[in-house]
Write a protein that binds this ligand. Structure first.
Ligand code: ATP
Length: 729
């Protein structure tokens, strides 16, 4: 049974017990006045600016600098103190970089693999920020609500039953979230009551705020008092939120940060701990954070660096495991286990006095564990049972998921609440699923045709490999389509640019993002109308998450699988698994609509595709050959031998070893001359300048059967000329 979290604050004695340890920060002179010296963490550090060309470099370059600081050596020995020359800052609190709202600039890209992450310097040191608004008291903010009544806020009475503070309601109103989503309605009260919660709800259903709101409410209730601030009592983070990828961590921090920024009196400081940022800076952010969001690799790296951080983190009141099936699987499992183990470990000599130890035990016993995902797959079960391999990606039912989560996570309650908002339906309600069947070698042609049918649709195309992302992006760009690439071996700045360009409201409404599964989870981009699986997803949960990038937050969207004949059976099996728990769906009648693309369109655009493929293959082969040659030349230089490209080509071309044929094809593609390439381009340009002509002859045009005026006005699908049935999907 969950221990109900009362609305009253803990008795003062317990509060002060928790924060008993004296502050070592600013020093005071004999008359008790602050003498201007501060701890190194409290100085107003700024990141060292780098020239643009070095923007993707990190590590050592994550240095920060500071001006106008006097270094004092009180007793002439090793000990140093710092004094900001500018004098005493406002409210005696110097700027704390972790308190700045998380901005887009701080984001440094995507990666599944934290260990391979490149540090970056893309985050900017913040402007000086206001100190905590300690005059603002929770529960006394009706005035704030009234003040804002005439801005463009919304009626939020639908949230009334959830018992939220006026502060958070104001924030929700400003964000125009008039109604809680189902997962929010079900999870928020349970979390506010103090329960451990496992929440399962479809993609895009608002899970972030389902746990984010109770955390902010807890902050309002327990935030440090004015007194604490004056005494500069060190605080501990209240929540640790773990996320499997950097972009998700960023999004979570941003989403919760947005609500904080819109809610009067809410000034919780959020630290973002992901690879790619200077670790020293993150350690400093952590020192003052109220909410910590991070990826397991970096969180563990920082916690295990000592400095009493584990002890500090043991006091978190909320441990959130987002995208739990992914986080408790694959590469992250070990680090998550380490983190959870460290949070639970209680060693007696950890605490300098009995009172502190008692307070820590108190915190530990009241810690809530919150676990969220849209899917819980069977591999998690296998892995937890010690059977190792990740294979099927099949989805687990409620009982199985619970059993295995219970084994691994140290829930405070014997029976955490499992809130499954969509027990029968894995997919978002507004999602339409379709399948396009085509010959295995003609996927490019069918993808292009599909895209022509969907002008002004923001489309996300998933492939199963990085090389396919590279090739397809170039192919579509050659066909003058606004395509962008996203995969984990791109430089971080380039990844950021791709997502920003794709998601910007100002971008071309026909934008296409070609991506690997690095974009499958959590990416919350408004207005993705269509998800295309160029390669069929390998697992049922991948299908759910990829498709979940569209039809988010009650919107509608389409998910289309392009499928070769020999893939049809496995794709149908995959869809059957996803819909298995839906009694309204039978294996014989899956909600996977077959889409027929007009054969005339396909045959008319084939010459475009053939030309574009030739150009793209030639470009890619040229890039590859030149990279290979550079490498061989360098290797030959190192070995002190002569590199003879012809001799090397001969040895490759005789079919010795694997890949000889491919090498020959690449060589051939790369040998297209500049002149030939230019004429291919000119030919393609000519084809692209004409609309795809369907059943229209000049006679037909002059007979007036096509409304040329309407076409010129941009009505209908401008890609096509003639009578064309719309795609029935
Ligand atoms: N109550 C609400 N009303 C309207 N929109 C909301 C509400 N709550 C959240 N949203 C919006 O819904 C979108 C999806 O939310 P969120 O990213 O939390 O979904 P999710 O369930 O975590 O998805 P995924 O499983 O794909 O990670 C966000 O853009 C968010 O701003």
């Amino acid at each position: 049974m969950g221990q109900k979290r009362g609305n009253d604050s803990k008795p003062q004695a317990v509060e002060s017990k928790k924060r008993k340890k004296g502050s070592k920060l600013g020093l005071t002179s004999s008359d008790g006045a602050w003498d201007g010296s501060v701890d190194v963490d409290q100085l107003n550090w700024k990141e060292v600016a780098l020239p643009d060309r070095m923007a993707d470099v990190g590590g050592f370059f994550g240095l920060e600098e500071i001006d106008d600081v006097e270094i004092i050596r009180p007793n002439g020995k090793g000990e140093v103190q710092f004094k900001a020359k500018a004098g005493k800052p406002k409210n005696s609190i110097l700027k704390d970089p972790s308190k700045e709202p998380v901005t887009h600039e701080e984001w440094d890209g995507f990666s599944n693999d934290e260990s391979n992450e490149q540090p970056t310097t893309s985050d900017k040191s913040a402007e000086p920020e206001p100190a905590r608004d300690s005059s603002f008291k929770a529960g006394l903010s009706f005035a704030a609500l009234e003040d804002d009544a005439d801005d463009d806020g919304m009626d939020v009475s639908a949230w009334d039953k959830l018992g939220l503070s006026p502060n958070v309601l104001t924030g929700l109103s400003k964000m125009k979230f008039s109604t809680p989503t189902t997962v929010q309605k079900s999870c928020i009260p349970a979390i506010l009551e103090g329960h451990d919660v496992v929440g399962k709800a479809s993609t895009g259903s608002g899970k972030t705020l389902a746990f984010g709101i109770p955390i902010l409410e807890y902050y309002l209730e327990k935030r440090p008092t004015e007194e604490d601030s004056k005494e500069k009592k060190p605080s501990s983070p209240m929540a640790l939120i773990l996320s499997p990828t950097r972009e998700l961590a960023h999004q979570l921090a941003k989403h919760i940060g947005d609500l904080r920024d819109n809610s009067p009196g809410l000034d919780a400081r959020i630290a973002l701990l992901t690879g790619g940022l200077s670790i020293q800076k993150q350690q400093r952010q952590l020192a003052n954070a109220d909410i910590v969001v991070g990826t397991p690799g970096r969180v563990w790296e920082i916690l295990s660096s000592g400095q009493g951080l584990i002890r500090k983190m043991q006091r978190v009141q909320f441990l959130v495991v987002d995208e739990a099936d992914r986080l408790l699987s694959e590469g992250h499992f070990k680090e998550v286990e380490e983190i959870i183990g460290a949070l639970d470990r209680q060693e007696h000599n950890d605490f300098p006095d009995v009172e502190e130890e008692a307070a820590a035990e108190d915190d530990l016993s009241s810690r809530q564990t919150l676990v969220f995902s849209a899917t819980f797959h069977r591999d998690l079960q296998q892995k937890l049972a010690g059977k190792g391999r990740w294979t099927t990606g099949d989805l687990m039912d409620k009982k199985e998921s619970m059993e295995y989560l219970l084994k691994k996570l140290n829930f405070r309650e014997e029976k955490p609440k499992f809130i499954d908002v969509n027990p029968v339906q894995q997919m978002a309600e507004g999602l339409k699923e379709g399948i396009v069947e085509c010959p295995a070698m003609e996927k490019d042609l069918y993808l292009y045709s599909l895209l022509l049918y969907h002008p002004k649709h923001r489309t996300l195309v998933f492939t199963n490999s990085i090389s396919a992302v590279r090739r397809l992006t170039q192919l579509l760009q050659t066909l003058q389509m606004p395509a962008l690439a996203l995969h984990s071996s791109m430089a971080q700045k380039a990844r950021l640019r791709s997502v920003e360009r794709f998601s910007s409201p100002k971008s071309d409404p026909s934008s296409i993002l070609v991506a690997t599964d690095v974009a499958a989870r959590g990416l919350d981009i408004k207005g993705i109308d269509c998800v295309v699986h160029y390669h069929a997803p390998r697992t049922a949960d991948a299908y759910v998450h990829r498709s979940g990038r569209t039809a988010r937050a009650g919107a509608v969207g389409k998910s289309i699988i392009i499928c070769a004949p020999d893939e049809v059976v496995s794709v149908a099996r995959l869809a059957a698994k996803v819909h298995a728990s839906n009694p309204n769906v039978s294996a014989k009648k899956l909600p996977l609509q077959s889409i027929d693309i007009d054969r005339r369109v396909v045959s008319r655009v084939r010459p475009r595709i053939n030309l574009a493929k030739k150009i793209t293959e030639s470009n890619i082969a040229k890039e590859k050959v030149s990279a290979e040659e550079n490498w061989l030349r360098e290797a030959a230089d190192d070995l002190g031998v002569d590199y003879d490209s012809e001799e090397f080509d001969e040895s490759q071309g005789k079919g010795r070893g694997r890949g000889g044929g491919r090498h020959q094809r690449e060589k051939k593609a790369s040998s297209i001359t500049k002149g030939e390439l230019a004429s291919l381009r000119a030919e393609l340009k000519q084809l692209l300048s004409q609309r795809v002509n369907i059943g229209v002859s000049e006679r037909y045009l002059t007979a007036g059967r096509v409304d040329i005026e309407a076409l010129l006005r941009g009505e209908g699908n401008e890609a096509f000329l003639g009578n064309l049935d719309p795609l029935k999907f």
